[in-house]
Write a protein that binds this ligand. Sequence first.
Ligand code: NAP
Length: 340
Amino acid sequence: MGYNVVVVGATGNVGREMLNILAERQFPVEKIVALASRRSLGTEVSFGDKTLKTQDLDTFDFDGWDMALFAVGSEATKKYAPVAAKAGCTVIDNSSLYRYDPDIPLIVPEVNPEAVHGYAKKNIIANPNCSTAQMVVALKPLHDRAKIKRVVVSTYQSVSGAGKEGIDELWDQTKSMYNPTDDKPAKKFTKQIAFNVIPHIDVFMEDGSTKEEWKMVAETKKIIDPAIKVTATCVRVPVFVGHSEAVNIEFDEFLDEDEARDILREAPGIMVIDKREDGGYVSPVECVGDFATFISRIRQDSTIENGLNLWCVSDNLRKGAALNAVQIAELLGREVLKKG
Ligand SMILES: NC(=O)c1ccc[n+]([C@@H]2O[C@H](COP(=O)([O-])OP(=O)(O)OC[C@H]3O[C@@H](n4cnc5c(N)ncnc54)[C@H](OP(=O)(O)O)[C@@H]3O)[C@@H](O)[C@H]2O)c1
């Protein structure tokens, strides 16, 4: 016996990955349905070796469905997630809409699985931002050992984090560079993304930071520990898939780089690739399609008392979105619904 599962936003980057991962991980599915907007009614999407035809979210009846994995923007989520939740179908949401609601758990299963029991208040669980998800997987086991005081992170975020349009813009603009008559000005991004980097993701906040940077601060506190101070600079780079992060961590206690490497090797969801030689680290193209968060370049920061630096790379469509959502579905099934 399995679950009746709804995938909402099934024609998008994250939705398609959710279907792939549900199939890859042999999630116990009794019935599955793929939803998108009316625009893509009947569009075919793959689920393992099956093909599903997408149905219209607007007219779908959630009654009798166990869980709905949402991967549409905040606006559509605001309209449809409460409908699903009210019908008794637990929502696992990828948008940022519910992440900071104290009555909705924000979960990374390797880090705070116990939070799943808070789902019942609104029948909704939130999935974190892509750059937060991979970072907290690495921070948690180190925090358990030496208590993190402060994190300084710079991100190098791929264009797939901005949806289908982000991928298309990098592709089209890159081709147009070789054909000067085919000008492709910036549309999705605020400046040219091909052969460039843009220090701006999401809207500006009053203090001069961006919302993406604010999300990393607020979500790390909610998921791991409100006492951890985080300062972030989030940058869009011309990479299709895979977010990278240079992370500087200041601890309460001294943590030796070798011990940190051993702790991370043992930690769930992490793969340490850290050789001090040419190519002895992971770059984003190498993590595409993988489940793990890769950690490299672990080294002491001798400019502060108890500091470490590391490099953290993961597939943003997987750990940063679809994989984490499916892991939450597995957790919800295992701990709460107990049907599979
Ligand atoms: N990409 C990432 O790394 C990432 C990471 C974490 C979270 N997220 C979040 O996940 C969500 C989806 O992101 P994405 O990258 O997959 O975007 P995307 O590739 O642009 O796909 C958007 C999906 O939402 C559907 N949709 C949009 N408006 C709709 C409406 N009114 N009714 C029904 N369906 C609607 C689209 O359907 P049509 O094809 O019919 O338009 C499509 O299936 C967003 O909230 C995003 O912030 C993304």
